[in-house]
Design a binder for this molecule. Structure first.
Ligand code: ADP
Ligand code: MG
Length: 230
């Protein structure tokens, strides 16, 4: 399937940071095309630009140059409000340290991205309960993040990223703080959801164990993506 409506296309993407009059080139020509249903792991040493790339794909940071087309739309041509809407409707983002709100329950945390849409709260809550059940957290709905384990917190973060049915699911070191067993469990969960919901999944990780679970694997080297044989 090569329908542009269903694709992520990145062309010659670059990113420089300017620090104290010095320009630092972090991404220097990233190219990538992924279709719905595809899953890619991106590895690279610390500081190689993995988070920088993922934040740009998540429309949380601007590219310096190049093109990012998501589902036939270049989100960087949109104004701030449209961009926020685009992100909310299309992209789920999983952060390394889960970014859950400590004062909210598990269920409330999953519902946060739905708060911007008014009027669909009962549907959203049903969906949140369903997702939490799907990841094995049926008994944890009313717990606070501090009352559950690290692996459970990351599963809550997965549900929150999925609550608006994103077509693009991005995970930045989702198992960075987890042990081997939980790393494998989160990796398998992401890949199952990728298939069930027909998302594009990109997972950035320094864990070769996690990357090995993925059908596609690329490495960031000198600011560019190079294919790793699996
Ligand atoms: P990774 O996720 O692979 O560890 P990052 O994308 O976080 O790498 O960072 C890549 C490089 O870009 C690092 O050298 C980092 O210091 C630098 N960097 C990241 N964000 C900024 C920023 N906002 N300003 C300046 N330099 C940055
Ligand atoms: Mg990083």
């Amino acid at each position: 399937m090569n329908d542009a409506q269903e694709q992520l296309v990145v062309r010659n993407l670059t990113k420089q940071f300017t620090l104290a009059d010095e320009s630092l080139s972090i991404l220097s020509g990233v190219n990538l095309t992924l279709n719905r249903g595809e899953a890619l792991a991106i590895t690279g040493p610390s500081g190689s630009g993995k988070s920088t790339l993922l934040y740009i794909l998540g429309v949380l940071d601007q590219p310096s140059a190049g093109e990012v087309i998501q589902f036939n739309q270049n989100p960087f041509t949109l104004d701030a409000k449209e961009q926020a809407e685009f992100r909310n409707q299309n992209i789920g983002f999983i952060f390394q340290d889960h970014h859950l709100m400590p004062q909210f329950s598990v269920l409330e945390n999953v519902l946060i991205p739905t708060m911007v849409h008014k009027g669909s709260s009962t549907d959203a809550e049903e969906r949140a309960r369903h997702l939490l059940e799907r990841v094995g957290l049926k008994e944890r709905l009313n717990h606070r993040p501090a009352q559950i384990s690290g692996g459970e917190r990351q599963r809550v973060a997965v549900c929150r990223a999925l609550i608006n049915n994103p077509r693009l699911l991005l995970a930045d070191e989702p198992t960075g703080n987890l042990d081997r067993t939980n790393t494998e469990a989160i990796g398998k969960l992401l890949l199952e959801i990728n298939q069930e919901q027909n998302t594009i999944l990109i997972c950035v990780t320094h864990s070769s164990e996690l990357a090995a679970l993925f059908p596609q694997h690329q490495r960031l080297r000198d600011g560019q993506l190079v294919t790793e044989s699996v």
